[in-house]
Design a protein around this ligand. Structure first.
Ligand code: GLN
Length: 497
């Protein structure tokens, strides 16, 4: 029996019945991570530490001590979540060598659940990107086709689950960074409502948009991991004090009345890959056969989502990333001697900061900081930032109106399947448009899930996106499970040799 081919719930069953021990499971995943090192999924694994955690779970079980809901299950962690004493680098040279002195709340909750923290996963630098190519460690490869990108920015976490290098992983989603890579890697990925999961210890990109969420092989496993990390946290004042429902308990429950699904007109239009469109239409039929009521809904202002996002997110990142200047945080340039008479006029401390930031950040991060600084600069704020906030409000209004008529809305997660490595690197706008269907949920603060709904003729995964009102994760998960149960596309895995 190869435990790495299991699901998280499958593993819990095996571990609970003592058919296998946590250490044996951990060893199997460590072997597999070594075997598929070429995918460049992990940027840091400490095998001794993984094994020590597993042995502790085995010890607790042998001693009949109480065990948490993820006892012995490896969970891979996007490299922007702080883990006490472990390297946490955000895929950036800026944070090389940084070892946080504390755990993110999501990490503390995983530890309390007796999960095995299994390595840090590759990502676009500071979560800016849609392909995991903006990483100082080089790109992660898509396990379904190693000449293609896994999506991003949580590409390492998506590929980790897809390639069976961990049954579960955590990512973060600011504009699509969980749902888009989940779609492109053929796994389930969920972005919770803004405020459902504490962001404490998540290295900030855009604080009004960022959320932590799960990747898994199936909807039930995603529900389980969401359950563990959700809830109010005094360390994050934007986390919301609402009870966390038992997502697994209601997952299989049929709906009392037919589920009402709104198919988003604007998401099925021009620019959509024909194979993606065909899969989404087939998914709509699956829902119909299950008795769901389908109607078309409009989100007319969603076309302004990408422009509004590329004001709001860079504005927030220019502020959040200001702390990395080589004084207290971040890489410090060794040499900042002036190279021109003009530079000699600049005080040495400022020259040190300039050189540190020039060396520490990659091209995309610099582009975002410049965009954001410009959008916030005196005289422009009203034209750009405040205007973007007004658009954000209108996008939210569109969703509010849609959700008066339907329980969830549906569309593709990504306009295309996984593209080739390098294909969009030189074209930032093409890269930004990868998130055209996911960004609006972040602007509105609502939850979304991507579930596998097909494969292209060349064998690339396609993802179906469902979105629900704020804090309706229960409905979202039940709807996704309804689809998963009735469709042929649940839990497919690539053949890796
Ligand atoms: N691709 C989008 C960006 O580059 C979203 C990233 C994310 O969700 N972290 O900003």
């Amino acid at each position: 029996m190869d435990p790495t081919r299991s699901t998280a719930s499958g593993l819990l069953g095996l571990l609970g019945s003592k058919a296998i021990g946590a250490e044996e499971v951990a060893r199997a995943y460590l072997d597999r991570a070594r075997k598929f090192d070429r995918l460049n999924v992990f940027v840091h694994i400490d095998p001794e530490n993984v094994l020590a955690q597993a042995r502790e779970v085995d010890r607790k079980r042998a001693a009949n001590e109480p065990l948490g809901p993820l006892a012995g299950v490896p969970v891979a962690i996007k490299d922007l979540l702080c883990v006490n004493g472990e390297p946490t680098t955000c895929g950036s040279r800026m944070l090389r060598g940084f070892k946080p002195p504390y755990d993110a709340t999501a990490i503390a909750k995983l530890k309390a659940a007796d999960a095995i923290l299994f390595g840090k996963t590759n990502m676009d630098e500071f979560a800016m990107g849609s392909s995991t190519e903006n990483s100082v460690y080089g790109p992660t490869l898509n396990p379904w086709d190693e000449t293609r990108i896994p999506g991003g920015s949580s590409g390492g976490s998506a590929a980790a689950v897809a390639a069976d290098l961990a049954p579960l992983s955590l990512g973060s989603d600011t504009g699509g960074s969980i749902r888009q890579p989940a779609s492109l890697c053929g796994v389930v990925g969920l972005k919770p409502t803004y405020g459902r999961v504490s962001r404490y210890g998540l290295i900030a990109f855009a604080s009004s948009l960022d959320q932590i969420g799960p990747f898994a092989h199936n909807v039930a496993d995603a529900a389980l991991l969401l359950q563990v990390v959700s809830g109010r946290d005094a360390n994050d004042s934007t986390s919301v004090d609402l009870p966390v429902p038992n997502y697994l308990e209601t997952l299989e429950k049929p709906f009392d009345r037919p589920l009402r699904i709104g198919v988003v007109r604007e998401f099925l239009g021009e620019g959509l890959d024909p194979e993606v469109e065909a899969s989404i239409r087939a998914a709509i039929n699956v829902f119909k056969e299950q008795g769901a009521l389908i109607e078309e809904v409009g989100l007319p202002r969603s076309k302004y989502g990408v422009p509004a996002y590329y004001i709001v997110a860079p504005a927030e990142c220019s502020s959040n990333l200001a702390r990395y200047d080589g004084t207290i945080y971040g890489h410090r340039a060794a040499d900042f001697s002036p190279v021109s008479p003009e530079e000699a006029e600049i005080p040495p401390l400022i020259r040190m900061m300039m050189a540190s930031r020039a060396e520490g950040f990659g091209a995309e991060v610099k582009r975002r900081i410049m965009l954001g600084t410009f959008a916030l600069s005196a005289g422009y704020a009203d034209q750009y930032y405040n205007q973007a906030l007004r658009v954000r409000r209108l996008i939210r209004d569109d969703f509010d109106q849609a959700f008066q008529k339907v329980d969830v809305v549906l569309g593709p997660t990504s306009p295309t399947p996984a593209f080739k490595l390098g294909e969009r690197v030189a074209d930032p706008l093409a890269m930004y448009l990868s998130d055209i269907f996911t960004i609006t949920a972040n602007l509105a603060g609502i939850p979304g899930i991507s579930v596998p709904c097909g494969l292209t003729r060349s064998g690339l995964p396609i993802g179906l996106q469902l979105l629900a009102p704020a804090f309706a994760e229960e409905t979202l998960l039940r709807a996704a499970r309804l689809y998963e149960r009735a469709s042929d596309w649940g839990d497919r895995r690539p053949e890796l040799l």
